[in-house]
Design a protein around this ligand. Structure first.
Ligand code: ATP
Ligand code: MG
Length: 350
């Protein structure tokens, strides 16, 4: 194709894996065109900040080359409690144009950063019960973080066309793969190496989001401490692979106590959600990210919260041709959730 192919790459740059997905539209649905998972050494991205941009650029370049990615247009996302604020707020009814004019002023009281340091966006989600008021989702992302990620992606030879946030990418992934019931609250939990992205959807629309800086690094670090191991060996043990002198079974209790810590954070957020919404019920948890690959973690969530918990299936409604290895896709599918949500975005979307 003349301009390097249609569509764009959904690129989820996590602290432990870069994930890439390309979809093409097929008969009103989607078909998988390409996917890749590329491991990163742990010290390149810390707490959502790029620490070693040179090596990150090299890693992205290497991934693009090895995965045979020809498309330049790329959609990325930002997350993290210290760089993204998503709030549902109530404002006097006004048009989109009027809000565009006044958003900075309206947002100021909700954003804990200097308003000049953030990029603002919003979505009007309809009138409230109270006359003259409307509900708006307000999104503020720190400019310096956006710029860091954009410049890395550009230096890697790609063309960033949209910067999304993880919570919305998850919502989009859910939208194409699951049936939406109007009054059901579904909690999407994406738990990676160092971040929890939580998004509670009501009728398929995000009504509450929260990012926390906890993740499966807690498991790895606990295993490292307990058995005095390198990061690489602790990672292997976590995945159930054998290591000399340590039996995988002896790791179970160490993993479990790290999981408890992550679970307390989840339960705290659920309690907060219930307390601010007149005790809305959460009917289901959809778990994605690396923690979904951890044996027993989904079961533990279900046991501790009493909420039915399922592992995310981001390719549930995506057509996958025989050229792909289904076993491999099934093994890693939950960690591709955000990349799938990003790959659906089109230029001109907001
Ligand atoms: N088979 C497995 N069993 C258990 N854990 C696994 C498995 N495979 C990967 N992980 C863990 O999943 C995590 C990576 O998941 P994911 O790709 O969702 O994180 P990330 O996006 O890189 O991190 P973050 O978004 O938090 O910066 C790592 O901590 C890794 O050790
Ligand atoms: Mg991630």
């Amino acid at each position: 194709m003349l301009f390097g192919g249609k569509g764009s790459i959904g690129l989820d740059i996590g602290s432990s894996y870069i994930k890439a997905v390309k979809l093409k539209e097929s008969k009103g649905g989607y078909e998988l065109e390409l996917f890749d998972v590329y491991p990163l050494p742990p010290e390149l991205i810390v707490d959502g900040s790029i620490i070693d941009s040179i090596r990150l650029v090299d890693s992205i370049k290497d991934m693009v080359k090895k995965a045979g990615i020809k498309t330049k247009d790329t959609v990325i996302a930002i997350s993290g409690h210290s760089s993204v604020i998503i709030k549902r707020i109530s404002l006097p009814e006004m048009s989109e144009e009027e809000l565009q004019e006044s958003i900075k002023f309206e947002a100021e009281q909700y954003v804990p950063f200097d308003i000049e340091d953030v990029d603002l966006d919003f979505q009007i989600i309809g009138p409230k019960e109270e006359p003259g008021q409307m509900d708006v989702i307000l999104v503020a992302v720190k400019k310096d973080i956006i710029n860091e990620y954009i410049s890395v992606v550009k230096e890697a030879g790609l063309n960033p066309i949209i910067v999304d946030v993880d919570a919305f990418a998850l919502e989009n992934m859910y939208g194409i793969n699951y049936d939406i019931e109007p009054d059901r609250n579904v909690a999407l939990l994406n738990i990676g190496a160092s971040t929890i992205n939580m998004s509670i959807l009501k009728g398929g629309i995000s009504v509450f989001t929260r990012d926390s800086s906890l993740g499966s690094n807690l498991h790895t670090e606990a295993i490292q401490r307990e058995f005095n191991l390198s990061y690489e060996n602790a990672e292997k043990l976590k995945r159930g692979e054998p290591i000399e002198n340590v039996q995988p079974e002896s790791v179970t209790s160490v993993i479990e106590s790290a999981s408890e810590e992550i679970l307390s954070e989840i339960i705290r957020s659920f309690d907060y959600y219930r307390s601010t919404t007149m005790h809305e019920d959460i009917s289901e948890v959809i778990l994605s990210g690396g923690c979904a690959l951890l044996r027993d973690f989904a079961t533990m969530i279900a046991e501790k919260t009493g909420i039915e918990t399922k592992v995310a299936e981001p390719f549930r409604n995506v057509k996958i041709s025989k050229k792909f290895d289904m076993t491999q896709i099934n093994e890693i599918a939950p960690i591709m959730s955000i990349a799938v949500g990003l790959a659906m975005r089109k230029q001109g979307d907001r």
